[in-house]
Every structure is written in C-alpha cells, then in structure tokens.
Design a protein around this ligand. Structure first.
Ligand code: CP
Ligand code: NVA
Length: 299
C-alpha cells in the first residue's frame, strides 16, 4: 500500500501545515503558476461521493480539479452501490483502484474514517455532520486577506454548535487564536473545546464583544430539517443582526459559509453589508481546495 495522507480534520495538521496551505491557496488565487504552469493533477482523476446536496463544495472542487489538469467524477451516493448497502470497506478498496483521490460529503463522520482506512487513495472531507475542514481553511484565507492576523484574532461564533462551528474549534485548537462561541443550551459543539483560548457562552453579546470576525450558520443543518421549528424557538436571540454586529470591533467582518436563511440566523442587511465577506468566502473554497489536492497528490 502506498503512503497517503487524508484531509478529514484540521486536527490532523500542524499549525505550520495549515498556514502553508493558506499561503499556497493565496498563490494559486493570485495566478501563480498561471494557466500555462505545471498541472499537478494532469492525468489524475478525483472521485466525488456526495450523500447530501451541495453548490459550493461540488462546483469549486470540480472546477479546481479541472484547473489543475485533472478530471472529476461526481458520484451521487444514491447512484452507486454504496447507496444500496455495499459495504464502505468494499467501495473504498474498489474505487481507490480507479481514482487518485476521493472527496466525500456524508452524514456520519465514521463513514469518512472507515473509507479512509480502506482506501489507498487520499480522502478529503467535503463535509460531515461533525466537521467541515475545507470551509474553515477557506474562511481563514478570507480573513487573512483582509489583513487580520489569524494567529492573534478574536473570532466569534453565534448559533448552532454544528459541523462548521466544530471545525472553527479545531482550527482554534491548532492555531491558538481566541474563539468565543455563543450556542443555546442543548446545541453545544460536538468536539472538545477545553482550551484557554476557547470559550462557550450562552450570551451572543459576550461572544461578539470586540471580535475581529463573526461567523454564523443555519439553525437546522442538512438532515435536521424536521427539527426546524423546535430549533427556531431555541435559537431565538441568536440572530446576527446590525445591533449585534455593532458590539464587534470597529473594523470587523462577518462570515457565513452559505447557504443562508436570511431573517433567521442572519439578517439580510448584515449579509449585504460592506463588512460581509460571504462572496470572497465562497470563492476561496476553490483556491484552498486546489492547495489541499495539490498537497495530497504530491505524496
Ligand atoms: N458552504 C458549503 O459547503 O456550501 P455547499 O453546501 O453549497 O457546498
Ligand atoms: N451546517 C451546514 C453547513 C452547510 C454548508 C449543514 O451541514 O447543512
């Protein structure tokens, strides 16, 4: 079996490695090495197994793979035998004999881990119920581009302790920046946050105070649609609006991974404000994922 590395969780990477991925993403974004430059994915094929819908992750991976000279094969999980119960370990061993890397968007994080254990090709987490590492890598590039010192910033998270929040926690654990999360009771993060630089509060005003960056996400994630009514009551008071944003630093920014439910977790005027970085955030998914694939396929 050849040596390979996966990209399932930012916790598997050192601070130096994450910073270097961000640097490389910025280089790729700024046109280096250019369209005529080397194509690290030339002749390589990347499989993309998706069990959930996606706009940004799917399109940015497919476009990025093409730009690096490779080819993507999109596999709706329902259309392959995995969706009919073929074991994960069998699917992983078969697919990794065909393709050079596999991006997976799934529900249970265990599927990614089991897939990675059996696959000889690197596995990339394109979102699980637990984590969304590509998103946070893109978010870090986005705030760095605005001149924020990502090692010394204060980041705030308002809302559900979901997959995106969990990956913010992992990033704060590795990089050491200050992170304060405001989540209602019963919706706490799903990864350990016991660190001096990370705090959980029930009070959004406390979390956002003097923050450089404020992030939020939907109150009901994919797969939780049935809980939407209960959640919307539980999250009352956790909406990111102009009043709350005024408590952040004078020069602060707002992030949302998208898709957003305007009027629920975030107001329309905040998403459209000049301090909202949501479009840069969406674009940066493309650049960071190219850097991730380039790194994984160099090994
Ligand atoms: N932010 C994000 O992952 O978006 P998609 O669900 O559209 O991929
Ligand atoms: N927390 C959201 C993120 C979507 C990109 C979800 O899992 O649906």
């Amino acid at each position: 079996m050849r040596t390979k590395r996966d990209f399932l969780d930012l916790a598997d990477y050192s601070a130096a490695e994450i910073l270097s991925l961000i640097e490389r993403s910025a280089e790729l974004k700024n046109g280096f090495p250019g369209p005529a430059g080397p194509k690290p994915l030339a002749g390589r094929v990347v499989g993309m197994i998706f069990e959930k819908p996606s706009t940004r992750t799917r399109v940015s991976f497919e476009v990025g793979i093409h730009q690096l000279g490779g080819q993507a094969i999109f596999l709706n999980a329902k259309d392959i035998q995995l969706g009919r119960g073929e074991p994960i370990k069998d699917t992983a061993r078969v697919l990794s004999r065909y393709v050079d890397a596999i991006v997976i968007r799934t529900f249970g994080h265990h599927l990614l881990e089991e897939f990675a254990e059996w696959s000889t090709a690197p596995i990339v987490n394109g979102l699980s119920d637990l984590l969304h590492p590509c998103q946070i890598l893109g978010d870090l590039l986005t705030v760095k581009e605005k001149g924020i010192d990502i090692l010394n910033m204060k980041a705030a998270w308002i809302g559900d302790g979901n997959n995106v929040a969990n990956s913010w926690i992992t990033a704060a654990n590795v990089l050491g920046f200050q992170l304060v999360l405001a989540c209602p009771e019963g919706y706490d993060p799903g990864v350990p946050y016991d660190a001096v630089n990370i705090k959980l509060t029930r009070n959004p005003e406390e979390a956002i105070k003097d923050a450089d960056v404020v992030s939020t996400d939907v109150w009901a994630s994919m797969g939780q649609e049935d809980e939407a009514d209960v959640r919307s009551k539980a999250f009352d008071g956790y909406r990111v609006d102009r009043r709350l944003m005024r408590l952040a630093k004078d020069k602060s920014y707002c992030l949302h991974c998208l898709p957003a439910h305007r009027g629920e977790e975030i107001t329309d005027d905040v998403i459209e404000a000049d301090y909202s970085l949501v479009w840069d955030q969406a674009e940066n998914r493309l650049h960071v994922q190219k850097a991730v694939l380039e790194m994984l396929l160099k090994i």
